[in-house]
Write a protein that binds this ligand. Structure first.
Ligand code: AMP
Ligand code: MG
Length: 391
């Protein structure tokens, strides 16, 4: 058996970076910026008022001082003159500050009568002016790689960048295997259950930027599995679920080998999820996951999500762990690294109940996995443990 991190290294070797495409800004949210981009302009492009008020000379802005209002500067419509002594320009938020002015007195500190104003409240030291370029200068760079947040999208828009180079979404073909499976909405026979893993994994992987294709369920015959694998050839990553161990009906490894897969089969020292198969099928990365629903989802979080991140150019890193105190005691762990379904609340974590790898109700209740090292002794409330959060 190999440790999880060793298995992950084997998988990273299959996770080639995906090609780059250019998408409109409107389609770039959540995508991975693939090349750095730079601002096409300076923002603000001129000194701008941050308040509604009167632009004038700071040295003249004494309490009770009077000014003649000589014009108006509104957002999108500047006043084109140069301000002289004793003069003020009515100004609004976002408007260019006129030449000769270096302070905006807010309208609340001013009394106006006709075209005269007087300062009737202490205007204080703030100039209420945003200098040109205070947000960013032309040429300022957003570095790649980076997952684009809504804030990044707003910044790119402000930089006048209408199209963005991003990684193409890796296409993941998800294949359930088993005679007992039907898809949600179908009428299961008396010995059948509903395929859940492909749906959960599709949701998980699309959440990190993949495009999932759920293929027809492969039956437990070589020809059915071959047919479905044939449908997956144009994917960037093929994931089979179930049929991965060594039972009479576990056909994935044999069929993949017949189809020419250069194959590695690993027994990973983890719980749940021991059997894991990986290799290349006609050049396409392929991973075989165990069929038990919780095993498949834990393997998705531990192996597939980091693979997708690597394909997106985000680097080869295991799923991030945080350290947290326990809010309930734990018994000792066995010889394999254990990923326990757990609930984080109020800054502490506790196991979520029964840990059988078929229990999706427990997984759905959980929002995290507690990671126990092999042979970890029993733990008390307050002891620190490694936690992987599930989103
Ligand atoms: P297997 O690895 O094919 O022996 O499957 C192990 C267990 O997981 C069996 O109880 C299967 O019925 C179940 N299983 C396999 N694939 C799926 C799936 N896609 N959705 C739900 N359960 C599955
Ligand atoms: Mg099966």
């Amino acid at each position: 058996m190999i440790p999880v991190l060793t298995a992950l290294d084997h998988l990273f070797a299959l996770a080639d970076p995906i090609d780059i495409e250019t998408v409109p800004l409107r389609a770039a949210a959540g995508r991975i910026l693939a090349q750095s981009v730079s601002a096409r302009r300076t923002q603000p492009p001129f000194p701008a008022s941050s308040m509604d008020g009167y632009a004038l000379k700071a040295v003249e802005a004494d309490l009770h001082a009077q000014f003649k209002v000589v014009g108006e500067s509104a957002a999108g419509h500047r006043w084109n003159g140069t301000l002289g002594p004793g003069q003020a320009v009515r100004i609004f938020t976002g408007a260019p500050v006129p030449e000769g002015a270096d302070k905006v007195v807010i309208q609340e500190d001013v009394t106006r009568s006709g075209d005269m104003i007087s300062i009737t409240d202490d205007p204080g030291p703030k100039d209420n002016i945003r200098p040109a370029g205070v947000d960013f200068e032309q040429g300022m760079v957003i570095d790649a790689p980076r997952r684009l947040s809504p804030g990044d999208i707003a910044l790119l828009a402000s930089m006048n960048v209408p199209e963005v180079p991003v990684r193409r979404a890796p296409v993941v073909a998800l294949i359930s295997t088993g005679d007992e499976l039907v898809v949600p909405g179908e009428d299961p026979g008396p010995d059948q259950i509903i395929a859940s893993n492909t749906f959960g994994l599709a949701a998980m992987l699309e959440g990190v930027g993949a495009r999932a294709r759920i293929l027809p369920i492969a039956r437990d015959t070589e020809s059915s599995l071959q047919t479905v694998l044939g449908l997956a050839q144009d994917a960037d990553l093929i994931v089979t679920i179930g049929g991965a161990s060594v039972g009479d009906h576990d056909l994935v490894a044999g069929v993949a080998a017949k189809l020419g897969m250069e194959q590695a089969f690993y027994k990973v020292a983890m719980r749940p999820g021991k059997p894991l198969m990986a290799g290349r099928l006609n050049g396409t990365a392929m991973v075989g996951l165990p069929g038990n629903p919780v095993s498949a989802m834990v393997c998705g979080a531990v192996f597939l999500t980091p693979m997708i991140n690597a394909m997106l150019g985000l680097g080869r890193a295991p799923a991030p762990r945080i350290v947290m105190p326990l809010s309930a005691p734990l018994g000792k762990n066995g010889p394999r690294e254990h990923y326990m379904r757990a609930i984080v609340s109020d800054g502490a974590v506790a196991d979520a109940g029964a840990q059988d790898s078929s229990l999706l109700s427990v997984l759905a209740r959980a929002n995290a996995l507690i990671i126990r090292p092999p042979h970890d002794p029993a733990r008390d409330v307050g002891d620190l443990v490694d936690v992987l959060t599930l989103s």
